[in-house]
Design a protein around this ligand. Structure first.
Ligand code: MN
Ligand code: MN
Length: 456
């Protein structure tokens, strides 16, 4: 297949079998999207699939030999999977780093608020969102609550079609003349992002007491338990095929589960290689990678250190040597040309929807500020891998020179001295409650990561 083209889409270039394989792959991807709405649910699924395919927790697997499959579960919110290669670890790892958290609305520590007979859950949004987009859509409440005696209760309300959902109201158009004059940034405020939790009460009960009684009865939760809970409101609608031709997937959370599912599927299916393959599926990217489940944490490098110890290759500077010799794909989504908003992109350097996995030399904006800016030598190597394996790929920058911007985990991994390039799926409506991805691009992302894992 022609691997690089800006005039022929991937679908045009594929033969019948390839198209069928892409559609088939996307059925699995949609199932992943519908069951992994949060980073915790994603890790559960990832660990289950890894276990089924012969991965063991690293601590339970020593000494390591080529072909061994080991994994790490970082506090139920990040995961790392590794397949040991034939070469010594110190010659470097092949790492694909993606993230499994997505923008959403988190419940505050004291969320329950009754106002004029309506009970609300107050929220603080997580990641970058256009707040007005999160009103008037069905929301599911997912997460964990610890009761006073330390018992963990898992909550998942709204994803089952028979469940109730939550919703944030917006002002009716008839009375919105003042609101309509506000900017999109101010039309709905953070304080207004409160989801309705109920209005009913019986006898002399107040609505808030009735809602709390329901929570107590169904989940054993008291109001104080919210103070030590992690509850996320996420869009409740399941993923759907979009377009008459079913060419697209419309779903919540495709940033960055489109790359994460490709990363997981690639490491599960790749032939064990010369080099050790590592799928890193991290949390907290959307809020700057902080916290002990994010990329700024040392959990990943500690995992690599433990790999070295288990393989009997740990010694002076072994960790630093291993990381510096590694090659990394920073697997995160990119924007693409949106014909409805042509003013923000420069056509010839923007990714195109349906034209394959997108390689981005630099992110950042206004003088490449904050960008990893990959080396020509490494870009050339990646280009060679994709061309040789028949993987359709394209280039794409993140908006016009002084327009775009946005970071990934690339620069944090580049701190190790390894080669890193941003390489992920281009999408429309990124960070909206439902974003849009081309099926051909989603499938190509998987092919790209698999080819990278198997490369020399
Ligand atoms: Mn992302
Ligand atoms: Mn994002």
């Amino acid at each position: 297949m022609e691997t690089y083209s800006r005039t022929k889409s991937v679908w045009q270039r594929m033969n019948r079998q390839e198209r069928e394989a892409a559609v088939q792959y996307c059925e699995g991807y949609k199932d992943f999207l519908d069951h992994c709405r949060t980073e915790r649910l994603a890790v559960k699924r990832i660990m289950k699939e890894a276990e089924d395919r012969g991965f063991h927790l690293l601590s339970a697997h020593q000494p390591l030999k080529p072909g061994d499959r080991v994994c790490l579960n970082q506090k139920g919110k990040s995961a790392v999977l590794a397949v040991i290669g034939r070469k010594p670890l110190t010659e470097g790892l092949k790492i694909v780093g993606s993230h499994i958290d997505s923008p959403r609305l988190d419940l505050k520590a004291n969320p329950v608020n009754e106002q004029d007979g309506i009970v609300y859950f107050r929220t603080h949004y997580y990641g970058g969102i256009k707040k007005y987009q999160w009103t008037c859509i069905p929301l599911a409440l997912i997460g964990v609550v610890y009761t006073r005696d330390g018992k963990k209760t898992e909550i998942n309300i709204g994803m089952d079609p028979s469940d109730p959902v939550f919703c944030i109201s917006d002002l009716l158009i008839h009375m919105a003349q003042d609101q309509m004059k506000k900017t999109l940034a101010d039309g709905i405020t953070g304080e207004q992002l409160q989801a309705i939790a109920g209005i009913h009460s019986e006898d002399s009960q107040k609505p808030k007491e009735a809602v709390m009684a329901l929570l107590k009865e169904k989940y054993g939760i008291e109001e104080e338990d919210f103070t030590s809970a992690e509850l996320e409101l996420v869009p409740a609608d399941k993923s759907r095929d979009a377009g008459l031709d079913r060419s697209l997937i419309l779903s919540y959370g495709q940033d960055d589960r489109v790359c994460s599912y490709a990363n997981l599927t690639a490491i599960l299916n790749a032939e064990p290689g010369e080099y050790t393959q590592v799928a890193l599926l991290t949390d907290k990217e959307e809020i700057g990678s902080y916290g002990n489940t994010g990329m700024e944490s040392s959990y990943f490098t500690t995992f690599v250190k433990e790999l070295l110890i288990a393989a009997g290759s740990y010694g002076p500077a072994a960790l630093e040597k291993t990381l510096a010799a590694s090659e990394v794909l920073s697997a995160d989504v990119n924007s693409c040309l949106d014909p409805m908003f042509p003013e923000v992109t420069e056509k010839d350097n923007s990714a195109l929807l349906g034209y394959g996995i997108c390689v981005t030399k630099f992110t950042g904006a206004r003088g490449k500020s904050g960008s990893n800016d990959a080396n020509a030598e490494y870009l050339s190597k990646i280009r060679g891998i994709f061309n040789e394996a028949g993987v359709p790929w394209q280039i794409g920058e993140l908006g016009k020179v002084d327009q775009g911007g946005g970071g990934t985990i690339a620069f944090m991994m580049a701190d190790w001295g390894c080669e890193v390039v941003d390489c992920g799926t281009a999408m429309l409506s990124m960070h909206a409650p439902m974003d849009l991805v081309s099926k051909a691009d989603a499938y190509t992302t998987y092919l790209a990561y698999k080819a990278f894992f198997e490369s020399r």
